[in-house]
Each structure stands twice: as C-alpha cells, then as structure tokens.
Write a protein that binds this ligand. Structure first.
Ligand code: SF4
Length: 454
C-alpha cells in the first residue's frame, strides 16, 4: 500500500500537457496549413490555447504575398512576443528569415511555408512533447479553424506559373498535387464529421494533377484520375455543397459546367466559379504573364452561362499595374459591364519585394490607381445591386453560418464564406449549418434579406 504525501509525487497524476497558441494570417491556404499543424500537435498530446496567456509557446503563421501583408506579419510577431515571449514563426514570410530576425531577434525559430516537420521540431524543442499522446482524443477529420459545417479542402501546393506581380512560386515551389484518393478520403471524413460545404482551394485548381500525370486512384470501388473533372465528380458524389476556387479559364473548365447543379436545387458541385481574372486587356495580361492570358474570356463566360444560366462568377482584379494606360483601364471597365460578374474584389497594384513586376517601367501614380479602384468598385457595386435586386421575390437556398434567436446570417449558392455577400434570414428554429429555402424580401449592394420557408 502506498501513501502519498506532499513530498511524494502522485504517480497517477497526469502532468499538464504543454499548450500552444496559433495566430494564422493570410489566405485560406495558410489557414489549412495552420489546421494541419494544430492537428499534428493535438495528436501528439499538446493542448491548443485560445489566448496568449495560456500558451507555453505561440506559432505565428505569416503571409508574405504583399508588402502590406509582410508588415502585418511583423506586427503580429511583435504582439505575440510582447504578450507571450516564446514565438515560432512559419508560413510564407518565413522564407525571408533575415527580415524577421532583423525586426524580432528574440523569436525562437523561423520556418518557411509547408515546413510542417520543422515547425513541429521547433515546438518540441520549445516545449518537449508529452510522453503519452492522447491519440484517442483526436477527431478523425483533424482540427479545423472553420465552423463545423464548412471546410477548405486543399488539393495541391505551389504553382508552375510566373505571374509578374507574385512571389508565391518562389515561396511555395512548383505545383505538387495531392493524390486523388487522399483528397477524396479527406472529403469523405469531413462529410462524416458533419461538414456540409467543401471549398476546394489550391494556387491553380484547374491544373490539378498535371505534375503527377493525372495518376489514378481508387476510391469507393471507382477509379478517379488526379484531374479536376474526375475530382469534381468524386466530390459531387458526396452530395455536399462544393465550390471551386482559384480556377483558371483553361479549356477543361468547360467540362466542369455540365457537372454543376442548378441554383433551384443545389447539391454537389455548385454553380459557382472563383476565377482570378486580374485584368481584361490582352497587353496587360501579357505583361502580367497570366495563365490563360490569350483566352477570350467574355466568349468563355457566354458559353458557360448558356450551359448553366445560374452560374455565379466571382473574381479579383488589379488596377494600376505598371504601364496601365487610361485606355487599358477603360477596356477593363467595359469588359466588366459585359461580363456582369456576380462578385468582385479589386486591389491596387503594389510592388512586392522579389517580384519581376517591380522592374517594369511606368509605375502608375498611386492617386490615379486609387481613383481607378474607386471607379471600378462603383461599376461592380451597381452590377451587384442590379443582380441582387432581381432576386427579390424569388426563392433561394442558403446555408446558415450564425443563428441568434429567430435571425440567421447565411450564404446563398453564389456566396463563399468571408469573400462574398450574405443573406439575413428570419425564421423560427433555425440551426447553424442548416441549408434552408428562403424567400428573398430585400436587397442591397452586396447582401440579401429573406424569410425561411418551412
Ligand atoms: S497563378 Fe500567378 S498569381 Fe497565382 S500563385 Fe501562380 S504565379 Fe502567383
């Protein structure tokens, strides 16, 4: 028989496992990286702290896409150092270790994008891992930072293009596609865990599988190629709402449109495409060295809409690219008037350290660039308002992200989380993650209002 005293350790007591905090900056791809790191740490028995005070170390997952994002990353590192003091840096800006160490010499470790093993090593060194991992506490779908009902699904890393304004290929390397079976298995596990909407992401979704020669894989007794069409078919068979992001308008995109559902009965592959067009003028697109720069995009959009009139198109654009003339900018405005995209974002060109576009002649005066952005957004807001006004009195389907008593905030088939518009829904007994039919009663520039139909 043993007696425990204050001097004698309690052999059955479980020591408090080390706790790690995470600050995740940047794009959805970085968010997925953060989720993977947290999943691995949790599998090893670490706990995840929601605040600085409770964490034994903090990981800052940085973004290095634009100089403004780099500044934000440095600020976040500074804040984590001030609040916690034990900071491990990873992510895109981690590729520039000297800039981080110059600003913040006290950081414990700096690792680059996708260096999961190195991040884990740094955490192990800062706070040795517990002896007995609580593997059984880990949910099979991993830990996610998004709400339970939707999830980002990353299908590849890196990019084979050399867009003049971008340093992502330098930071993240060439296209590296995940095996198709691994992607479909992950989607299946997410579905089993209650996810109702998948958001497919990569740097170049249409190029999925090119680097692995579209190697086939077996899933649920059927063979699928590592190709965006096969992958879309596989994902659609799960019945979840599935959106494709970062799609370039290559020819094979035409084959995806017939796979999409209608807006009246959304299921599987949604009638939604996120295509970063960036500009319309062929000379600018050439100077930008954009993929699919020679495509007649207006013609392609017409074809897609003739196949599925419900398709919602979202895109981003850059104004004030070096050498952009007033005529080239007006070409873009005219293109937008014809394309009548559903959702758009517009950024002012910024030099990014290491990007080839910095060396281009005739940088546009920042005031002119800001004025062009305002003119662009005025046109896009008008188009959006007209399109949304036309929905008043119709019925749409919405997935609910938040519910407070009899009011919910949701998104229609045309709206991805965080980047598109919202629909505010009234109704009794609404639940987060539920997909409901809604009668639209009001509209503004970007958002809708409506009543749930039961
Ligand atoms: S397609 Fe262009 S902008 Fe996108 S990641 Fe590749 S190089 Fe960068």
């Amino acid at each position: 028989m043993t007696h425990e005293t204050a001097d004698e350790p309690n052999r059955t007591a479980i020591p408090r496992p080390p706790s790690v905090g995470m600050v995740s900056l940047g794009c959805p791809k970085a968010l997925v990286d953060s989720e993977r790191i947290l999943t691995r740490l949790r599998a090893e028995g670490y706990t995840i702290s929601p605040d600085y005070a409770g964490a034994d170390a903090v990981i800052v997952n940085t973004c290095g896409f634009l100089d403004s994002a780099r500044a934000e990353s440095l600020d976040a590192i500074g804040e984590a150092l001030a609040e916690n003091g034990r900071v491990i840096v990873t992510g895109c800006m981690g590729a520039d270790e000297s800039a981080i160490r110059e600003a913040h010499p006290r950081v414990l470790a700096v690792t680059g994008p996708h260096q999961y093993e190195q991040v884990l090593d740094a955490v192990h060194e800062a706070n040795p891992r517990p002896h007995e991992p609580f593997l059984d506490l880990l949910p099979p779908q991993g830990l996610r930072l998004t709400p339970r009902h939707y999830a980002w699904l990353k299908i590849s890393e890196g990019c084979n293009h050399k867009c003049a304004f971008c340093i992502i290929p330098q930071l993240r390397g060439k296209l590296a596609s995940r095996p198709v079976r691994a992607v479909l298995r992950e989607a299946e596990k997410l579905a089993e865990a209650g996810v109702r909407e998948l958001l497919v992401i990569s740097q170049d979704t249409s190029a999925y599988g090119r680097d692995i020669r579209h190697a086939p894989g077996d899933w649920r007794g059927t063979e699928y190629r590592a190709h965006i069409k096969d992958l879309s078919e596989g994902l659609a068979s799960l019945g979840l709402w599935t959106r494709l992001h970062y799609v370039y308008p290559y020819k094979q995109v035409d084959d995806l449109i017939p796979l999409m559902s209608t807006a009246a009965k959304p299921a599987g592959l949604l009638p939604y495409l996120d295509i970063p067009f960036q500009h319309s003028h062929p000379d600018i697109l050439r100077r930008m060295a954009r993929p699919a720069a020679s495509e007649n995009t207006l013609e392609r959009i017409r074809t897609w809409r003739s196949i599925n009139p419900d398709i919602a198109l979202r895109s981003t654009f850059i104004v004030g690219f070096p050498g952009e003339t007033e005529a080239e900018f007006e070409h873009l405005l005219g293109w937008l008037e014809e394309a009548r995209l559903d959702r758009v974002g517009c950024f002012i060109y910024e030099d990014v350290a290491g990007a080839p576009a910095n060396a281009l002649a005739n940088h546009v005066d920042p005031e002119i660039a800001a004025e062009r952005q305002a003119r662009f957004m005025e046109v896009s807001a008008r188009i959006s308002a007209e399109k949304l006004e036309a929905k008043v009195g119709t019925k749409v389907w919405a997935i609910l992200d938040e519910v407070e008593e009899d009011e919910a905030t949701g998104r229609t088939v045309a709206d991805a989380p965080e980047i598109d518009g919202r629909i505010f829904v009234e109704g009794e007994g609404l639940k987060v993650g539920e997909i409901v039919e809604v009668e639209v009663t009001g509209a503004e520039e970007h958002d809708l209002w409506g009543e749930a139909l039961r």
